[in-house]
Design a protein around this ligand. Structure first.
Ligand code: NAD
Length: 326
């Protein structure tokens, strides 16, 4: 039997790095591409190319054959501190849209059928996410569109791009809307980190009896999906007959202050929470997993607490490692 091949765009990133490993474990020959190597682990890809996917010539070199599976995860992104300040809007829109336009068209010209695209829950309308206790993120609620960030608008545009290639060019692209993926080997400092990693870092660095800062009143709600569940859902979707868009997320919604309390409890440290003004995003967001359950017969199974325990230990270890190197 010939070995299956996969391309992971954004392989130097958090989800892409984990995905390369998962596909290798399944026996694939894997090419990864990114503008940078992974910051927290050596890649296990058979071939890792450093290249800028905004450049069409680079994209043609990367997509130089017919891969069985392509995962397009490369994007200019970050946490609330990057996406919601407005300062990075032009880059976020231009860079991510250009990557998607280039990669998808190169796949089409190589007669590659299956391309996975990672959209985001950030494309859901702001007006459905004002009540922190009852956000509506059912897939069909996406229109009329009203995302609260340019990051979300670019995701919406690109979702439509992939589905248009399905309709007009006979491709079989699959579109997922990720809801806050977290776990080890993710960004945990520097401004692009997301809430789970930021909480773990803050608590790990806090002194006993000290306090951590949490943006907003802390009553804003979110759900968070552990990385292994995200990979499982993504791979199942790509290999299914359902094109999406479909949520890949957890339905275990929690307020940001409660997330901070969970980490404080995991760390077993006496630390207080101080709520301060900061970039926030929508008031409430939760995954709605009815469609993925119906179409793929799948739902994530791990609790938030289990994933946070693993993530806290990893970030604590990274901080210790950095400290020892100084
Ligand atoms: P990440 O930032 O760790 O990975 C993205 C990777 O893309 C980075 O390594 C980056 O260097 C690379 N990249 C950026 N510009 C590039 C370019 N011009 N050429 C080549 N590579 C480039 O992010 P992630 O958390 O792994 O997210 C992966 C995908 O999932 C992204 O598309 C993101 O929008 C989407 N997503 C993630 C989450 C989440 O919670 N992590 C939520 C919703 C959607």
């Amino acid at each position: 039997m010939t070995q299956k091949t996969a391309l992971v765009c954004g392989a130097g990133g958090f989800i892409g790095g984990h995905l390369v490993k998962r596909l290798k474990d399944e026996g694939f020959w894997v090419r990864g591409v990114d503008v940078k190597f992974h910051e927290h682990a050596d890649t296990v890809a058979d071939d890792f190319m450093i290249g800028d996917l905004r450049d069409q010539r680079v994209v043609r070199e990367v997509i130089d054959r017919r891969f069985d599976e392509v995962y397009q995860l490369a994007a200019d992104m970050g946490g609330a501190g990057y996406i919601f300040t407005g300062e990075n809007d032009a880059n976020v829109m231009h860079n991510s849209a250009t990557i998607n336009l280039n990669v998808l068209d190169a796949c089409h010209k190589r007669n590659i059928k299956r391309v996975f695209y990672s959209s985001s829950a950030c494309m859901y309308p702001e007006h459905n996410q004002l009540d922190p206790d009852n956000p509506n993120c059912a897939e069909h609620s996406a229109y009329p569109a009203n995302p609260d960030s340019e990051y979300g608008w670019e995701k919406l545009f690109s979702e439509r791009l992939y589905l248009a290639y399905n309709r007009n060019h006979g491709m079989e692209c699959r579109v997922a809307r990720y809801h806050n993926i977290f776990g080890p080997l993710g960004t945990w400092d520097g401004g692009k980190e997301k809430a789970p990693a930021a909480m773990c870092r803050k608590v790990a660095l806090a002194a006993d009896g000290g306090e951590i800062e949490v943006w907003g009143d802390g009553l804003q709600t979110r759900s968070f999906l552990y990385i292994d569940e995200c990979l499982e859902g993504s791979i199942r979707l790509l290999r299914s007959d359902f094109e999406g868009p479909v949520n890949i997320g957890s339905e275990e919604m929690i307020s940001i202050n409660d997330l901070a309390r969970m980490v404080i409890d995991i760390a077993d440290k006496p630390v207080d929470i101080r709520n301060i003004p900061g970039p926030l995003g929508v008031r409430g967001r939760n995954s709605d997993n009815r469609l993925i359950a119906e179409k793929l017969g799948w739902a994530p199974s791990q609790s938030l607490r289990e994933g946070m325990e693993i993530t806290y230990e990893w970030i604590k270890g990274e901080i210790q490692r950095q400290h020892n190197q100084r």
